[in-house]
Design a protein around this ligand. Structure first.
Ligand SMILES: [Zn+2]
Length: 344
């Protein structure tokens, strides 16, 4: 099916909230990794989300050009074309964008959407993330409100963050301390500000000790109960419809029971990057080690073209990434939940 449009993406989120499962949101940086995600989702009969980070987008545009919007658009255009051949819906999203990067990434992408819509073309992106976690909550929400107004006009969902995701992603370190845990007061304030824009849809990355990257067991203390407390506080103050659709950042390396609990409290999207990066690279390592005398030209020999042709190992990466996506869909409770063709 073609990539999800706004209505379909909203239905996807509502479906996940209602049936208590979550979508994997997988970071991709190339055609091959995007194809691996589509393969994994299709084989799971699950809809899902493909996302591009600032660094991933720059990479996708090529080392010479290094243009983030161009790279993100290139990937999105490919996904729109390729997704038409798969029996699932996929939504396109851009990952963390800090305030200082907005004018270089998210704003040009929204401008592109505005141009497309004016020309009668569908949106390429369903949602963008604004990560204002390095600002005070008040400043964060000042920016978020303006962005959400503009997104809403263009049928784009905005993901915001309150609190800080720990660890490191794309070379940006989240820091730590008490901001690793979003408070119920933070969530109340996010709702109060964002609900002022009538009909606008947004998702909240509330933090509950989650970190980017993967750490040895015991290093990370997830407290999904934080989400429960926040949702209950918001519901008490504003009613049931105020409950957030939540985003779980740093999903890599999480235990299935932690994922389950987070979904119980309203997580509908779980970001996975590190684990799928590893899944892609792992069989390539195998290939290189098993065929080192084919991929290298050793002592005047010519190597083996069949082994150093990038396709020979990148398709192993694609297949392995797809398997990791399938595992994610299973852990997120999403197998067979696609809305395509009527859905379950
Ligand atoms: Zn994140």
């Amino acid at each position: 099916m073609p990539a999800a449009d706004y209505k379909t993406y909203c239905r996807m989120i509502d479906h996940a909230l209602e049936k208590k499962f979550a979508y994997p949101a997988i970071n991709v940086t190339s055609l091959t990794t995007a194809n691996g995600v589509l393969k994994g989702l299709a084989e799971s009969k699950s809809d899902g989300i493909i996302q591009v980070s600032t660094g991933g987008a720059a990479f996708a545009s090529g080392l010479t050009v290094k243009d983030m919007p161009l790279g993100a658009i290139s990937i999105a255009e490919h996904v729109h074309r390729a997704a038409a051949r798969y029996p699932i819906y996929v939504a396109l999203h851009t990952d963390h964008c800090q305030a200082k990067m907005l004018d270089q990434f998210v704003v040009p992408l929204i401008e592109e959407t505005e141009k497309r819509r004016a020309g009668g073309l569908p949106n390429l992106f369903n949602s963008h993330m604004f990560d204002g976690s390095d600002l005070s909550l008040n400043e964060n929400l000042d920016v978020a409100v303006k962005l959400l107004e503009r997104c809403h006009k263009n049928e784009i969902i905005l993901e915001v963050e309150a609190g800080v995701v720990g660890g490191e992603e794309d070379g940006i370190s989240g820091g730590g301390g008490e901001k690793l845990y979003t408070t119920p007061e933070d969530m109340l304030e996010v709702y109060r500000r964002l609900s002022g824009i009538k009909g606008a849809r947004y998702l909240l990355a509330a933090t509950f000790g989650n970190v980017h990257g993967v750490y040895k067991p015991g290093a990370v203390k997830l407290k999904p109960a934080i989400l429960k407390a926040g949702q209950e506080t918001v519901e008490k103050a504003y009613g049931k419809q105020a409950r957030f659709g939540l985003v779980f950042h740093g999903g890599s390396g999480s235990a299935p029971e932690e994922i389950r609990e987070a979904i119980d409290y309203g997580v509908v999207k779980m970001n996975i990057d590190t684990d799928t990066q590893y899944a892609f690279t792992r069989p390539i390592v195998d290939h290189m080690m098993k065929h080192y005398d084919g991929v290298l030209k050793i002592e005047g020999d010519v190597g083996n073209k069949a082994k150093y042709d990038p396709r020979s190992y990148m398709k192993l990466g694609e297949a392995s990434l797809a398997e990791r996506v399938k595992r994610a869909v299973t852990e997120l409770g999403g197998v067979g939940t696609t809305l395509f063709g009527g859905g379950r």
